[in-house]
Ligand binder design. Structure first.
Ligand code: XMP
Length: 513
């Protein structure tokens, strides 16, 4: 039986990959394609359903993206979200206007009422919070459509033409803030598109392996391996795809956590793959000397990584492909498409303009962290590698605030090791998704053994999150924090004060730089 697929048509919204991820979560295969894809290509793709994403435009803007109206004659159900909803309404003869101030313009969490007789809301509560983000308003709903969702301010936040299988919602069902949003997507897939729900991460693995083989052919691949979850999963995937054509290069840039270099080497040397460890501490620290601006640090590290890989590739000879374990949040936060740059993740925005490889392969580019872990398990990676907390490519360079020295890095390494030991000893590591210490550049006065100290302040960071795009600070018990603080101040020279970071993301980010 041919595979069922859903097409997500991308109109430039912020949450497009999140929509795709929700579809995968419902066990249905999907692909995100630009809205410019031709009707013939859509026909060839043969989707069981099409989802129009949101987007930053207004449908009546001159340059607003549009679709070929013939898409509505394919006999394929369509779910339009936000801009996608307005686009569909307009294309089918409705009317969309800019909402007059304070009438139908809505942003954020909004109490919404649903018609549960509609297939989209089947089996769901009659009301709930939805996440709105629209400045436009459907003044006239197209013929054949019924109003199936409303808010206090707006009578038509959800519309449906059940006969043709066309649905439009002004809010974002794909974000966590929308209660039962995933269930609405599931209803669209199962009740409307008759999905069989056969897709699994195992299928993703097979598809990714086939795609890598096709691209690489008999070429050689060099993988930038950090030993973190993402690059380890990428290593396993590539090893399965191209075997010994792959060489994993682990760059020890001197910015790793305590004992990490040896641990990574021990873990990977047990596998049957080409593994190279490069000791590059001196060259990285030289390049970073005197640099304190976070984006500058990231760019230097990104560039230096590539230069090391290029040198290693020359030693191997005829390496065409550089592979990286980039995942979706790295892509979006580095500013993909119209999204703003939050940080240049070293393996995306930190890349130098010139890279001496024919091509870069990023097989995890569309996956979220928890999906990567799932894939890792599918590939048979050991649990301790798959469930490791994330560690950023630029390493401790972005956890020592301001300019870097080896001495500061060593201080941070010691303090961070104690923090991690105590969190694990207290069993808190099961509740926290990421935790680490940050050496601030603030010094303050303390008193130790009757003497004055003037030492650094260390910040402890711990967050709970499912996707690392948003996060809450973890409620670590006071007595655990107390033990950590006491041990660090007593055991680590150069630190005399500990603070605990109680900001969520947003408005803060997880890392400090
Ligand atoms: P932020 O600080 O942006 O971090 O909230 C989100 C997640 O990404 C990790 N992170 C990085 N990972 N290269 C990476 O591979 C990077 O440059 C980078 N910067 C942040 C961070 O540790 C958190 O898990």
């Amino acid at each position: 039986m041919p595979r069922q697929s859903v097409l997500v048509l991308d109109f430039g919204g912020q949450y497009n990959q999140l929509i795709a991820r929700r579809v995968r979560e419902c066990s249905v295969y999907c692909e995100v394609k630009p809205y410019t894809i031709s009707l013939e290509e859509i026909r060839a793709f043969d989707p069981i359903g099409i989802i129009f994403t949101g987007g930053p435009n207004s449908v009546y803007d001159e340059k607003a993206p549009h679709v070929d109206p013939a898409i509505f004659t394919l006999g394929v159900p369509v779910l339009g979200i936000c801009y996608g909803c307005q686009l569909m309404a307009q294309a089918l003869g409705g009317e969309v206007t800019a909402a007059q101030a304070d009438t139908a313009r809505e942003y954020g969490k909004t109490e919404t009422f649903y018609d549960t007789g509609c297939r989209l809301f089947k089996g769901l509560p009659e009301s709930g919070i939805s996440w709105m983000s629209h400045g436009d308003y459907m003044a006239k709903v197209p013929e054949g459509f019924a109003l199936v969702g409303r808010t206090e301010a707006c009578p038509n936040v959800a519309i449906a033409d059940e006969k043709r299988g066309f649905y439009g919602v002004q809010y974002h069902p794909e974000v966590n803030h929308t209660e039962h949003g995933v269930d609405m997507i599931r209803n669209f897939l199962y009740e409307v598109c008759h999905a069989r729900g056969e897709w699994t991460m195992g299928d993703y693995k097979d598809t990714a392996i086939a795609a890598i083989r096709e691209k690489v052919g008999s070429g050689k691949v060099l993988l930038a391996l950090s030993g973190g979850v993402d690059s380890s999963v990428a290593a396993a995937l590539l090893a399965e795809a191209v075997g010994k054509q792959l060489t994993c290069v682990f760059v020890d840039h001197g910015l790793l956590r305590k004992d990490e270099g040896d641990e990574v080497e021990a873990a990977f040397s047990r596998w049957d793959l080409n593994f190279v460890r490069v000791d590059a501490e001196t060259r990285f620290l030289l390049k970073l000397a005197g640099v304190s601006e976070p984006e500058h640090k990231r760019k230097i590290i990104g560039e230096e990584f590539i230069r090391v890989f290029e040198e290693e590739a020359k030693k191997i000879g005829a390496v065409d492909f550089l592979a990286q374990g980039t995942i979706y949040p790295d892509v979006i936060e580095s500013g993909a498409g119209d999204a703003a740059v939050i940080k240049s993740h070293h393996n995306v925005g930190g890349l130098p303009d010139y890279v001496d490889f024919k091509e870069i392969i990023e097989p995890l580019r569309m996956l979220f962290k928890d999906e990567v872990r799932q894939l890792g398990r599918e590939l048979g990676l050991p649990e301790y590698l798959v469930s490791r907390q994330p560690f950023p490519g630029p390493g401790l360079a972005i956890r020592v605030i301001g300019d870097l020295t080896k001495e500061k890095l060593d201080t941070l390494r010691e303090a961070d090791a104690i923090y991690r030991q105590e969190i694990a000893a207290a069993g808190e590591d099961k509740n926290i998704n990421q935790y680490f210490a940050v050496l601030t550049n603030t010094r303050s006065v303390g008193v130790m053994g009757d003497g004055r100290t003037y030492d650094y302040t260390l910040a402890l960071r711990a967050v709970t999150t499912s996707d690392f795009m948003t996060a809450d600070w973890a409620r670590i018990p006071y007595d655990v924090l107390d033990k950590i603080s006491t041990r660090i101040v007593n055991e680590v020279k150069g630190i005399n004060r500990i603070v605990y970071d109680i900001t969520s993301k947003p408005p803060a980010t997880i890392e400090w730089e």
